[in-house]
Ligand binder design. Structure first.
Ligand code: BG6
Length: 607
């Protein structure tokens, strides 16, 4: 997911643009650049690598102005090098563009423009925007944008400056977030409000098919057909300026520690007078009552949350429930109809694959529900209804509190659905509700193992290959632990159901091979023990995450991490923080860039 920021202001814009980019760094990127307009000229400075490299370069380039745009790029089309870094200029160097998203018909437009004699310079899809703006420019940047967006297919948020339109930035939004802000000495535009948080606490959230034209005096919003629109600035729902590390070494560690509070806030948000209430309208509740199958569609850790919920939902709703990876589901032939409930799970609310899968479900007449952390995000607005997790801003690319609050929302949703469908005994549901209320405390006791885990994790930090195993819901938690470890330590980690080991992967187990076993499930403990015994017989070194009551089932385990006991379905919420800590301290031992792992983005808004 790329980062866009632009300012038109009385002060010199350069340092404000760099500060804005630094606020967007957490999203993950591999190149950065800035372009300013001054005295009829566009000056652009770009670099592969980090913003620090861009700042170094700017020391030697006189780039000062009152209007400019900047960008952090996560490469989709074209290598992450200086040439392909944004801003991308038009052939006549009069227009510069920064863009987030993907132009699906870029090749077709490029061919057409080349046949008109336009010379292209980069390998990016974004360059078609710059060149189209040049072709369409007739003295008004707004009208050039209006003509240009009509040609574009796909998801885009872009901002442009033009040397013949002094002091002005024009920006357009379609399927990719964009927010504007007006403040005393100017105005700003960004793909993420954290870049604008210090200028105001009221923001103009652009909707799809809207254009913003800003200068130091005003922000104007237009539809793609050019009608001016009145938009009321809104307050952000999170205190943007509080996303400091608050003394923690990394955002990830801070966010691991924030999980008990985030889980409690998510529960409190939807428990009213002893009942779970999501505020759904009657029509949607009827759809939920009549649904006869459930699909969770998501990516990465959000998919793992759905996978954990799958078993819980089937147990208490007694209908087929499946978690399907969104990038697969969007191209599958899964039968979807009005009695199907599709639940899109997404921390950022921007993940393109999840959005596409959700839109397919909506077009098929399904009941659609989004479980999202970021308010007003695209996936939040696309579902018929939305449940907001209360994780607060999550900055580290590897999600932690985003995942455990998704689990929490799913547990509540499962209980809620079972009640309105009358599909499980009240006594059973009551027991789950009681467990829900002690979830935050159980997670707190897991997080209190941080000291112990910080001493043990270095022991496995320099492995080349490790394995994770588990059964049932424990397997879904092992998947999350495996992903967390590989995301931030770059260790090759593979996860499989414990029962599957003997069907192939056990051939890789040698003396000293490290295997993490998640064994919280009382019902399947003996089966998990079989798996552990099989790999111990081949010399594996097994680190087992289990409870006091179950530990005697695994006498061969080399290490045992004891966690609080809960029902099998809620175990991932209690276990995951231990696996997150193990990954964190492994990465810290290796000196990895924990909050911004290489090649990763906080959310991927392209396919
Ligand atoms: C990846 C993130 O890019 O996207 C993961 O690095 C995340 O942490 C996944 O789980 C899905 O993102 P989201 O925002 O849809 O939950």
């Amino acid at each position: 997911m790329c980062g866009i920021v632009g300012f038109a202001m009385e002060e010199n814009v350069t340092e404000h643009l760099i500060k804005g980019l630094e606020k967007l760094e957490y999203r993950g990127y591999d190149s950065a650049g800035i372009a300013v307009e001054k005295d009829g000229e566009i000056s652009a400075v770009k670099t592969a690598g980090r913003i620090s490299a861009l700042k170094e370069k700017l020391k030697y380039e006189n780039v000062s102005s009152h209007v400019g745009i900047a960008h952090t790029r996560w490469a989709t089309h074209g290598e992450p090098n200086e040439k392909n870094a944004h801003p991308i200029l038009s052939e006549n160097k009069k227009i510069a563009v920064v863009h987030n998203g993907i132009i699906e018909n870029a090749d077709e437009i490029k061919k057409e423009l080349i046949s008109m004699g336009v010379e292209f310079e980069t390998d990016t899809d974004t360059e078609v925007i710059s060149q189209l703006l040049m072709i369409n420019y007739d003295g008004s940047l707004l009208s050039a944008v209006i003509k240009t967006v009509k040609k574009l297919k796909g998801a885009f948020a872009f901002a442009a400056v033009c040397s013949d339109s002094p002091g002005e930035i024009a920006a357009a939004r379609y399927l990719s977030p964009l927010t504007a802000v007006k403040f005393n000495s100017g105005a700003g535009i960004a793909s993420d409000i954290s870049a604008l948080g210090e200028y105001s606490d009221e923001f103009i959230y652009l909707d799809d098919s809207e254009i913003a034209v800003i200068n130091s005096d005003e922000v104007k919003i237009y539809s793609f057909s050019g009608e001016e629109k009145e938009k009321t600035p809104q307050r952000a729902d999170a205190d943007l300026n509080s996303d400091g590390r608050d003394g923690y070494e990394h955002f990830m560690l801070k966010e691991i520690y924030e999980q008990p509070e985030a889980v409690k806030k998510t529960i409190d948000a939807y428990y009213k007078n002893g009942e779970i209430n999501f505020g759904f309208d009657e029509k949607f509740i009827e759809k939920l009552k009549n649904s006869d199958r459930v699909y969770f569609t998501a990516c990465g850790s959000a998919y793992h949350a759905g996978a954990a919920a799958e078993l819980f939902f089937e147990k208490i709703l007694k209908i087929p429930c499946r978690a399907v990876i969104a990038s697969e589901m969007r191209y599958s032939f899964t039968p979807l109809d009005k009695k199907t409930l599709v639940i899109a799970i997404s921390q950022s609310g921007e993940t393109a694959d999840t959005l596409a899968s959700l839109k397919n479900a909506k077009e098929s007449g399904c009941a659609t529900l989004s479980i999202v952390n970021v308010k007003d995000s695209y996936i939040a607005k696309t579902g018929e209804s939305v449940i907001y997790t209360r994780a607060g801003r999550e900055i580290a690319v590897a999600t932690t509190k985003g995942y455990t609050t998704q689990l929490t929302a799913l547990y509540m949703l499962g209980i809620y659905l079972a009640k309105i469908k009358n599909s499980a005994p009240d006594k059973e549901l009551g027991e789950y509700e009681n467990e829900l209320f002690s979830l935050a405390d159980m997670i707190k006791s897991t997080v209190s193992l941080s000291g112990y885990i910080s001493r043990r994790a270095p022991f496995t930090a320099f492995e080349k290959d490790v394995f994770f195993i588990g059964r049932g819901v424990d397997f879904t938690c092992a998947l999350e632990g495996s992903l967390k470890l590989k995301e931030i330590t770059y260790i090759h980690s593979e996860c499989l159901p414990a029962g599957e080991l003997k069907h192939g992967t056990i051939s890789l187990i040698e003396r000293g091979t490290k295997v993490f076993a998640v064994a919280m499930n009382k019902r399947l403990a003996d089966k998990t023990a079989n798996g552990i015994n099989e790999i111990k017989a081949r010399g594996a070194y097994v680190i087992c995450f289990t409870t006091e009551k179950l530990r005697d089932k695994f006498p061969l385990a080399d290490e045992v991490v004891i966690l609080e006991e809960t029902n099998e379905f809620f175990a991932p919420a209690v276990t995951a923080p231990a696996l997150q800590l193990w990954a964190y301290y492994s990465a810290r031992t290796k000196g990895c860039d924990i909050d911004k792992p290489k090649n990763l983005a906080k959310s991927v808004t392209v396919e």
